[in-house]
Design a protein around this ligand. Structure first.
Ligand code: GDP
Length: 363
């Protein structure tokens, strides 16, 4: 499954945040959570639609989609120079499908900052520079080979294209721009560079760790959002998230409400992280369970069937689909059907987020 690597400079609150993610007791009742390895956490993606479906279908349980986070320790300036920890750090990032940067905004004189003072913009720059330098190295190593392949056969369009795109990617990186931020507007075809496993093609997402007082500062938040746009920014106080994770659901909701929030930072992180991975869900519901299944955005109906079982994909005949909102508006599946809201979709149908689906298949 796809995973999000959590990175950041030392003392920015990574461990605090990751520990909160891995023992989110307030959610444990509703959202299954598992720790596979000490640095890997699987977190439920909050989805209030499932509770509504569970009531409608009298489902025995609710099973949300999950998102996997990996705590990647060890970013240091000079990681790309390939010394010990640095190498391991880059290898771990290479295995992640998205990169979540934790950026310190809170000022606490008891917690030292590696660079001496609190400057989010510089810290983002520091991390991005390491990733950009690592990609430049990868490209510089690959370019002679790509050049040779392109030279050997001038008719080989794929080889010509790969070389041209590698050169353009290199120019962009040379200017300090991560490919996820600049490739699209510069028209660089990163698909042509897939085999190079570049780091900065992965989507980025930013968690700003603020103090509670700063959390309410909308001007500050707007400024930070702007720093990282179009990447998503999440604002939270890791210490409060750690406290929330220790509370039961009611107490946690109360504490959140007292802070004028409706959703914890961890829930936001799970939701936004899931979307950043390019994933979406479709839903199934019945007496056994109301469940969200994970598919990539753009997946077809047979691919969605395959998320449940490979046999479903192989023997796919058709899907019976009703949009969640239309199902809820109708009040029941039978009523939605009577109103003509339940569609029969074939193998070319592209699933929409929240499609409530039943598959017909041959076994
Ligand atoms: P890491 O090195 O990035 O994993 O940072 P840690 O999670 O170990 O946090 C370093 C120190 O900062 C710890 O003493 C935390 O309690 C503290 N800390 C983490 N988040 C916050 C925060 O939001 N506000 C304040 N004041 N301290 C925090």
């Amino acid at each position: 499954s796809l995973s999000i690597g959590i990175v950041g400079l030392p003392n920015v609150g990574k461990s605090t945040l990751f520990n909160a993610l891995t023992k989110n007791d307030a959610l444990a009742a509703n959202y299954p959570f598992a720790t596979i390895e000490p640095n890997v956490g699987v977190v439920g993606v909050p989805d209030s639609r499932l509770d509504v479906l569970a009531r409608m279908y009298d489902s025995a349980k609710v099973i949300p989609a999950t998102v996997t986070f990996v705590d990647i320790a060890g970013i240091v300036s000079g990681a790309s120079e390939g010394e010990g920890l640095g190498n391991q750090f880059l290898a771990n990032i290479r295995e992640s499908d998205a990169i979540c940067q934790v950026i310190r905004v809170f000022g606490d004189s008891d917690v030292t900052h590696v660079a001496g003072d609190i400057r989010p913009e510089r810290d983002i720059e520091t991390i991005n520079t390491e990733l950009v330098l690592a990609d430049l190295q990868t490209l510089d190593k690959a370019l002679p080979r790509l050049e040779k392949e392109a030279k050997r056969n001038a008719q080989d369009k794929v080889a010509q294209h790969a070389l041209a795109e590698a050169r353009r990617a290199r120019d962009l990186l040379d200017g300090g721009t991560p490919l996820s931020a600049g490739a699209q507007s510069a028209g660089v075809d990163i698909e042509a560079l897939r085999e190079l496993h570049l780091l900065t093609v992965k989507p980025f997402l930013y968690v700003f760790n603020l103090d509670s007082a700063e959390l309410a500062d909308t001007a500050l938040r707007a400024k930070l959002s702007e720093l990282v746009a179009p990447a998503e920014a999440i604002f939270l106080d890791a210490k409060i998230e750690a406290e929330l994770a220790e509370l039961d659901a009611d107490e946690a909701a109360e504490l959140l409400e007292s802070m004028g929030q409706t959703e914890s930072g961890l829930d936001q992180l799970a939701r936004v992280g899931f979307a950043t991975l390019g994933l979406q869900t479709f839903l199934t519901a019945g007496p056994k369970e109301a469940r969200a299944w994970t598919i990539r955005r753009g997946a077809t109906a047979p691919e969605a069937a395959g998320a449940i079982h490979t046999d479903f994909q192989r023997g796919f005949i058709k899907a019976e689909v009703v949009a969640y909102d239309e199902l809820v508006a109708a009040g029941s599946h039978a009523a939605a059907k009577a109103a003509g809201r339940v569609r029969i979709e074939g193998k070319d149908y592209v699933m929409a987020d929240g499609d409530v689906t039943e598959f017909r298949f041959n076994v």
